[in-house]
Design a protein around this ligand. Structure first.
Ligand code: ADP
Ligand code: MG
Length: 714
């Protein structure tokens, strides 16, 4: 059993001090010569507030300054660097025309051309009769050569500042290229040598440079290939970042385990009864997952487990059986869903079964008000209610549990990590705190993202579907064949099918899309009189329930919906899914939607109706969906089509934000980093060894300070 005092001491420790070696690069950019307040603001926007942010600002390209022709020989279209004598200034004769300056060498002359530049500034920059080194792109204009806005003007006395190869960086308003290059150079020069944190054999095998050499090299490309994500220096820095990420996640997990766990072990009686009541046998994957959960709950540490399972893989029943484990131990369990409709859905699945076991399941959502709500709150606080299903409302302040042992969070990626923690911290009052946490997600997450975003969780996979599921026939067809779709639906209904009909809702134009859904429902009603219902986000909860219940009972055959049924609705008799504007949906959404059918014993069909012309990506998405029903395969394709950063979507939390690493190119390093982090913590949990200390520096370097705070000694 972990000592509580030790853990709370860790928690109350003051913010730890950054290692002295890092101080120079964690200073504000204003310390660089020439960076004033305005430039600092622009830099903060572009890269960040400190010197280290400049170090992480990677080059986008390079300019070769080694082409030094005479004026006569200079080829239009090329970037040239020439030493010229400044001649006559020709100010703009009318607004809109440029200010021009003549410049010569012994072979001829050209114009330096400036739009909207102030004369005094130009006279100072290019004094008549002076010699200047000038670089820029040679253009031909009216049989004259010219350079528009030279990108470099230097006094020959400053010749040493001219680099043969100049590095080009992503810019922002208020900063020019040579300035930024100079500032980044200075930031790199300020960067200290740091103790090596990478394992020697790995360093040797990959032939990686030291951290300091790597940052110096990454900012000094001499040819295009040097900019590739696959150079040894870029890979080394990417590995550093991934290692920091993995170490931080594992430290957070260790901290959770150490700090706030207790053993919950049921008697198995309720579960045995429940299993007898179920009309089916658990799959092997379900049994294995339950065993993993039981072991976690029985351990004196706190469970943090991610349960991944494709749509329809049977997560809910696993969650329920785990919840019974808590009840058998005399404790409470809560299930939190991301939406009202999903919470009600879970309630409908769980409550009848619980009732047969003599258990009440309370519900708590934003919709539950008044007396019922008060009764639920007091029941949870005094412990008479053992099971509760709800939404985000469960995390709110008035909700107190007498003895919460298990928190199940469905569809975690819609919740912030904080929400998950907030609910699980409503564990037994006045005792060690948190409950065990089981996170369920129906969005199969590719391994790379599981590692980078959910690395603080252990993973169980329901990779086996309940038996008897038939594959869904998926067909794509253009919107002008809607008549055929309606005819097909009519035939299916005549055969007793129930049909989902999805019209996408696009946020910006909610009203008009809603109008489209209404119109579609009206049109379909003309064919299927009295057999069509409509659900959409504007309906109040009870109204939605009414329509959905009618569909579940078979009082209506067609359920027209915006995307609200996207997740979790379970009507085994529904065998047809029509998705209009299928091209507007992402792969994960399409997979989720299709997962609503194919749940019963009947043969199911999914019709993807699209509006041509399709973009290439949309075409590929539809092909992927037609060709596969395996959520994990689809998720991997999604990753390919969208890129890693985008997969979890913009609104979703837990998305890794890497500055150097790029999962498209560095996925192999992620695996190594994960294994390495595991190995390190298994022998040096407090990062106290020499390498451990170097790794602390790494965590600070990538600003994973919070993770360092979880270590016992600074
Ligand atoms: P998920 O939540 O993973 O999408 P559900 O838990 O809703 O999946 O299960 C989908 C359907 O499969 C439900 O109707 C459930 O009763 C049924 N089911 C779950 N486990 C099994 C099983 N082992 N054998 C047969 N049917 C099952
Ligand atoms: Mg436990």
């Amino acid at each position: 059993m972990p000592s509580t005092s030790a853990s709370s001491k860790t928690e109350n420790q003051p913010a730890l001090k950054r290692p002295a070696g890092l101080e120079p690069i964690f200073q504000p950019v204003t310390l660089v010569t020439g960076v004033g307040n305005a430039a600092a603001k622009a830099l903060a926007r572009l890269a960040g507030p400190n010197l280290i942010d400049l170090v992480w600002h990677l080059p986008a390209g390079l300019v070769d300054r080694r082409y030094n022709p005479t004026v006569a020989a200079a080829e239009p279209g090329r970037i040239a660097t020439m030493t010229l004598e400044i001649g006559e200034h020709l100010p703009s004769r009318r607004p809109g025309l440029p200010y021009r300056v003549r410049a010569y060498d012994e072979t001829g002359g050209l114009h330096l051309v400036f739009f909207q530049s102030r004369a005094p500034w130009l006279q100072k920059l290019l004094p008549v009769g002076a010699t200047r080194i000038i670089a820029g792109k040679i253009e031909a204009y009216n049989s004259q050569k010219q350079i528009v806005h030279p990108d470099l003007v230097l006094d020959p006395a400053e010749k040493h500042r001219l680099k043969p190869i100049q590095t080009v960086y992503p810019l922002t308003a208020g900063i020019n290229g040579p300035q930024l290059e100079r500032w980044i150079d200075e930031a790199v020069r300020q960067a200290p040598d740091l103790p090596e944190w990478i394992d020697k054999p790995l360093l040797k095998r990959e032939a990686w440079p030291s951290w300091h050499d790597a940052i110096a090299r990454i900012h000094a490309p001499t040819e295009e290939d040097d900019l590739s994500p696959l150079t040894p220096w870029r890979r080394r820095l990417a590995f550093d970042e991934l290692l920091a990420n993995q170490l931080a996640l594992l430290l957070v997990r260790e901290r959770q385990r150490r700090a706030a766990g207790r053993s919950t072990q049921g008697t198995g009686t309720l579960r045995a009864k429940a299993l007898k009541l179920l009309p089916y046998q658990l799959t092997g994957a379900q049994r294995r997952t339950l065993a993993e959960i039981d072991a976690d709950m029985a351990a004196p540490t706190r469970m943090s487990r991610l349960l991944q399972g494709d749509v329809g893989s049977g997560k809910t029943v696993v969650a329920f059986l785990a919840m019974l484990n808590a009840v058998e131990a005399g404790r409470q369990a809560a299930l939190m869903a991301p939406t009202e409709i999903l919470a009600r859905q879970h309630l409908q699945t769980i409550a009848p079964l619980a009732l047969k076991l003599g258990l009440e399941v309370a519900v708590l959502t934003g919709r539950d008000k008044g007396k019922a709500r008060t009764r639920t709150l007091s029941g949870l606080a005094e412990g008479s209610i053992k099971l509760v299903v709800g939404t985000h409302a469960l995390t709110q302040d008035p909700v107190e549990f007498r003895d919460l042992a298990l928190t199940v969070v469905d569809e975690q990626h819609r919740f912030g990590v904080e929400d998950r923690m907030r609910l699980s911290n409503k564990g037994p009052k006045g005792s060690r705190g948190g409950s065990d946490v089981l996170v369920m997600t129906a969005t199969p997450i590719p391994r790379t993202l599981t590692l980078t975003s959910y690395g603080d969780l252990d993973v169980s996979k329901l990779d086996e579907k309940p038996p008897g599921r038939k594959p869904v026939t998926t067909v794509a067809l253009p919107g002008d064949r809607l008549d055929e779709v309606v005819a097909g639906v009519a035939r299916a209904i005549a055969d007793g099918a129930r049909v989902y009909w999805v019209c996408p809702l696009i946020e910006e134009s909610e009203v008009s899309d809603l109008a489209a859904a209404r119109e579609r429902a009206a049109e379909l009603s003309a064919y299927f009189k009295g057999r069509v219902g409509l659900v959409h986000g504007r309906l109040r909860g009870p109204e939605k329930d009414t329509v959905r219940a009618a569909f579940a009972r078979g009082d209506i055959d067609v359920l027209v919906a915006t995307t609200v049924i996207e997740v979790g609705v379970n009507v085994p008799e529904a065998t047809v899914m029509v998705i209009e504007h299928a091209e507007r949906f992402g792969l994960a959404q399409l997979h989720q939607l299709r997962g609503r059918v194919g749940r019963g014993s009947g043969q199911s069909t999914c019709l993807l109706v699209y509006s041509p012309p399709l973009t290439e990506t949309a075409r590929q998405r539809l092909t992927v969906i037609k060709d596969s029903e395996d959520g994990f395969v689809i998720a991997e394709k999604d990753l390919e089509l969208r890129g890693a950063g985008d997969l979890l979507g913009t609104k979703q939390s837990g998305r890794p934000d890497f500055r150097i690493a790029d999962l498209e190119h560095h996925a192999d390093l992620l695996e190594i980093a994960r294994d390495d982090a595991r190995r390190i913590l298994s022998t040096d949990l407090e990062l106290a060894s020499a390498r451990g200390k170097a790794l602390r520096t790494l965590l600070y370097l990538f600003e994973r300070d919070a993770a360092v705070r979880y270590l016992r000694s600074g």
